[in-house]
Design a protein around this ligand. Structure first.
Ligand SMILES: *Cc1c(COP(=O)(O)O)cnc(C)c1O
Length: 385
C-alpha cells in the first residue's frame, strides 16, 4: 500500500515506540505518587513537557497535556468562553470540526460566533478579523494550516491585531506543527493546539499551549493534575511519545520539510502536466509542504478513492469526518468551489515514509484511473475526454 493520507494520521516512528515501551510494564507508576516508581513517571512527564515546549519555543509550564487536537481545541474555546470575558468569538468558516462543533454548542449557550469567509485559495483576510472585533469579543480562533487544502494563514498578522485589540488569540496548529516554523513568542499567540498522531507520535495525546498568565476555565475536573486545568492521571507512555515526536520534529525540521516538499512538488507538477482538466487547489505557495489537493473534472472523488484503494493507494477527499457524514466539504464550499469542482476533489498528503518511486508510481496509477473513470463520466461530452 502506498500511504498518501498523512494528514489523517501518520505511521508511528519506531524510535518513538521504543521510547514509550518502558512506560507500560516497567515504569508504570502514577506520576502523582510520592514513591520512587511514581517519581520516575513524574520525571518522564516533566522531560516530555520540556521537549513539547521547545518545539514551539514555549516554556514547559505553558504546556497543557490533553487527549489530542480535538480536546486541545475544546479546551481553548470553552476555557476562554467560560472565563466570562465576553460573549463573542471570531473564527473562520474553514476550521476543523473540533472547532466548528464546540462553536455551534457555544452558540446554543448564547455566545455569538462570527465565521469569517476565505478567498478562493482558502485565506482569511486579517482586515476582516480587525473589523469584526468588538468590545464583547473574548477570543479569535484561526487555524494555522488547513487540513484539506493545506493553506497557511497569515497568523502573525492576525495575532498582532488581536494583541493590539487585547483579545485572546488561539490557533489550531495540528496540521502545521513540524511542517512550518512555529515560535509562540515571536507570533505572540495565547493558545495553540497540537496533536501527537499527525507528527509520527501516538494517537490520543496532544497539547495546548497556554500563555503564562492567561486564565482558562477547566472542564475536566477531578484530582487536579495539570495545575487543575485538566484532571485525570496522565497518559504517561503517550506523553513520552509526544515528547519524542516533538524532539524529532525539531531536530530534523529543515530536512523533513525539504524532503516532504520535494515529494509533494514532484507529485503536484507531474499530475498537473500529465493529466488534462485538473486544478491544483489551495494557495499555490503558502501551504504546508506535504499537502497536494486537486480537482479532476468529470470524476467523482469518492469513486476515485475507491479505485485508488483497489490499486494500492490510500488517499482522501479531505477530512475524515466529511466522508462519514457524506456532506460536501465545508472548506471547499467556503472557498467558493462549484459543486462539480468539489465532487472531483482529491487530497494527497505525503509523509516521511514515502519514497520518490512511490510518488512516480502513484502518478501513473492516478493517470490510468482518472482516464478509466472519465470514460464513463456524464461529463464526457462536455470536456471531450
Ligand atoms: C486531526 C486534526 C484535529 C484533531 O486532532 P486529534 O488529535 O485527531 O483529535 C484538529 N485539527 C486539525 C486541523 C486536524 O487536522
Amino acid at each position: 500500500m502506498i500511504y498518501l493520507d498523512n494528514a489523517a494520521s501518520t505511521a508511528m516512528h519506531e524510535e518513538i515506540v521504543k521510547e514509550m515501551l518502558p512506560y507500560f510494564c516497567e515504569h508504570y507508576g502514577n506520576p502523582s505518587s510520592i514513591h520512587k516508581i511514581g517519581r520516575v513517571a513524574h520525571n518522564a512527564i516533566h522531560n516530555a513537557r520540556k521537549k513539547i515546549a521547545s518545539l514551539i519555543n514555549a516554556e514547559p509550564e505553558e504546556i497543557l497535556l490533553t487527549s489530542g487536537g480535538t480536546e486541545s481545541n475544546n479546551a481553548a474555546l470553552y476555557g476562554i468562553a467560560y472565563s466570562k470575558k465576553g460573549n463573542h468569538i471570531i473564527t473562520s468558516s474553514i476550521e476543523h470540526e473540533a472547532i466548528l462543533e464546540p462553536c455551534k454548542q457555544l452558540e446554543k449557550e448564547g455566545f455569538k460566533i462570527t465565521y469569517l469567509s476565505v478567498d478562493n485559495q482558502g485565506l482569511v483576510n486579517p482586515d476582516d478579523v480587525k473589523k469584526n472585533i468588538s468590545y464583547d469579543t473574548c477570543l479569535v480562533s484561526i487555524m494555522f494550516a488547513n487540513n484539506e487544502v493545506g493553506t497557511i494563514q497569515p497568523i502573525e498578522k492576525i495575532s498582532k491585531i488581536c494583541r493590539q485589540k487585547q483579545v485572546a488569540f488561539h490557533s489550531d496548529a495540528v496540521q502545521a506543527i513540524g511542517k512550518t516554523l512555529i515560535d509562540v513568542k515571536k507570533l505572540n499567540t495565547d493558545l495553540l493546539s497540537i496533536s501527537g498522531h499527525k507528527i509520527y507520535g501516538p494517537k490520543g495525546v496532544g497539547a495546548l499551549y497556554v500563555k503564562k498568565g492567561l486564565e482558562i476555565i477547566p472542564f475536566i475536573l477531578g484530582g487536579g493534575q495539570e495545575n487543575g486545568l485538566r484532571s485525570g492521571t496522565e497518559n504517561v507512555a503517550s506523553v513520552v511519545g509526544l515528547g519524542k515526536a516533538c524532539l524529532l520534529a525539531k531536530e530534523n525540521f529543515e530536512q523533513n520539510i525539504s524532503y516532504l516538499k520535494k515529494l509533494r512538488d514532484i507529485l503536484a507538477s507531474k499530475i498537473i502536466v500529465e493529466i488534462p482538466h485538473v486544478t491544483y487547489n489551495g494557495h499555490q505557495t503558502q501551504r504546508i509542504p506535504n499537502n497536494a489537493h486537486f480537482t479532476f473534472f468529470g470524476v467523482n472523488g469518492e469513486d476515485l478513492i475507491i479505485k485508488l484503494d483497489e490499486n494500492g493507494i490510500a488517499a482522501s477527499t479531505g477530512s475524515a469526518c466529511s466522508v462519514m457524514t457524506q456532506k460536501a466539504s465545508h472548506v471547499l464550499q467556503a472557498m467558493g468551489f462549484s459543486h462539480e469542482k468539489i465532487t472531483g476533489s482529491l487530497r494527497l498528503t505525503v509523509g516521511l515514509n514515502n519514497t520518490e518511486e512511490e510518488i512516480i508510481k502513484t502518478v501513473e496509477i492516478i493517470k490510468n484511473v482518472v482516464k478509466e473513470l472519465r470514460e464513463v463520466s456524464p461529463f464526457k461530452a462536455k470536456y471531450g475526454f
